[in-house]
Design a protein around this ligand. Structure first.
Ligand SMILES: C[S@@+](CC[C@H](N)C(=O)[O-])C[C@H]1O[C@@H](n2cnc3c(N)ncnc32)[C@H](O)[C@@H]1O
Length: 408
């Protein structure tokens, strides 16, 4: 049976837990909040409104919060009224209005390449309910102490939301490009399980069951847009019918690739404007944080592109810098806190450079990075090799550096 452990995070969005890694996929203080803060807010999304094509590479797509949050943000920028509800900043409101004309049909100019080694998660991603759950009613029955720890200090987190239209469009794309979703037993079991129903959107589920059982064999080549929309018209509430009319099947170019991100990117010839790197923590999953992997990502980033990640680890930042990137902080002024890292080839895109302290830290043992020469090593071996390098190093440790820095 497929391992699926959902729970509601504190902003009302669904998070997952991985027993294999004994780690959470999403911040328990808010999966969607985290996606916005760490991956979307630092991007100047408005600058992409006039771009002919915006290419996004979402590494470790999971249930898709980062891509969805980006699509949502771009979508809202084209809908000034809705967007204005989401911001109190007058400047933001005005620029939203002035961009309206150019922004028309932005979704059709966005192309998302999503990579994850777990195909089921991508299939489930359009069904995940976001921003609609009253978490106070949630009964936390998990044995995962790790979550409880996070959930204590979460009281006043605002509740973000993904517009349902984004999930509908994503579902359409998956249904057309990956018809095997309708034959997938894990998906069928999970979507049919009452235990999980509070995590999924009933309307999108109804469309899934309709395809699966009412329309007989699913064959994407026999489907055309009007047929798809006819199905929606039977199952979808009025409010979404109206919006779906405005958007068409081809609106999002969404490609999902299953497998090890290293292998997939090695064989990919594209370059991207935005790369989201959301792998499990470097100390558990270093294969996606090595110097060699960052060199590979360097080749896949446009000159004005941005690589974003939640990690602020010195070893990750040092590997990025060694691979040729300019590296900066993702600083959240509202929280007065550094919450991630941004890497780019164009140094003028770095808004918050690394501090003197950060740069010094890169030269300590904490800055020793992971190696994976042929991009096919195993996590354990890569960790062991780095541990040995740290042990044999003459560099200062980070705690020695901390002490020394304080006395300066
Ligand atoms: C922290 S979660 C990412 C959460 C995700 N961004 C989301 O919005 O749901 C890490 C993801 O990495 C995937 N993963 C782990 N190792 C991988 C690898 N070598 N290549 C591709 N994906 C990998 C896992 O399946 C998991 O979905």
């Amino acid at each position: 049976m497929y391992d699926f452990h959902p729970y509601f995070t504190s902003d009302g969005s669904v998070g997952l837990y991985s027993p294999i890694y004994n780690d959470i996929y999403h911040s328990a203080t808010g999966a969607l909040t985290e996606a916005n803060e760490k991956f979307i807010d630092p991007i100047q999304c408005r600058k992409y409104l006039n771009k002919y094509q915006v290419k996004v590479l979402d590494i470790c797509y999971g249930i898709g919060y980062n891509s969805k949050s980006f699509l949502q943000k771009m979508y809202l920028l084209t809908r000034p009224y809705t967007a204005s509800l989401y911001t109190n900043n007058i400047k933001d409101k005005l620029s939203v209005y002035t961009n309206e004309i150019h922004a028309d049909n932005i979704l059709s100019r966005i192309s998302v390449t999503a990579i994850d080694n777990d195909k089921n998660l991508a299939f489930l991603s359009p069904f995940i309910k976001t921003g609609e759950q009253n978490i106070k009613n949630e009964k936390f029955d998990f044995e995962y102490k790790i979550l409880e720890k996070y959930l204590k200090n979460d009281k006043n987190i605002p509740k973000p939301k993904i517009e349902k239209i984004i999930n509908f469009l994503l579902f359409e794309k998956i249904a057309l490009n990956y018809p095997e979703i309708f034959e997938n037993k894990d998906i069928e079991t999970i979507l049919g399980n009452k235990e999980y129903s509070r995590y999924f959107d009933d309307e999108i589920k109804a469309v899934f069951w309709h395809y699966k059982y009412t329309t007989g064999n699913f064959n994407p080549f026999e489907y055309n847009q009007s047929f798809l929309h006819n199905i929606y018209y039977n199952h979808v509430s009025k409010c979404y019918k109206k919006r779906l009319k405005r958007y068409k099947l081809q609106d999002i170019d969404f490609n999902f690739k299953t497998g090890d991100a290293r292998e997939i990117i090695k064989n990919d010839r594209n370059t991207y404007d935005l790369i989201f790197l959301d792998a499990f923590t470097p100390s558990k999953c270093p294969i996606l944080w090595s110097y060699e992997f960052f060199k590979l990502l360097y080749e896949h980033l446009e000159y004005d592109g941005l690589l974003l990640t939640y990690s602020i680890s010195a070893s990750v930042r040092n590997a990025m810098a060694a691979a040729g990137f300019f590296v900066g902080n993702n600083f959240n002024p509202a929280k007065n806190k550094v919450i991630g890292t941004i890497a780019t080839k164009n140094k003028y895109l770095i808004k918050y450079p690394l501090s003197k302290f950060d740069l010094g830290l890169l030269k300590t043992t904490a800055g020793i990075f992971y190696h994976d020469e042929n991009l096919n090593g195993q996590n354990e071996a890569i960790i062991e090799r780095r541990n040995l390098e740290v042990q044999n190093s003459n560099l200062m440790t980070s705690s020695q550096y901390n002490k020394k820095y304080k006395t300066l």
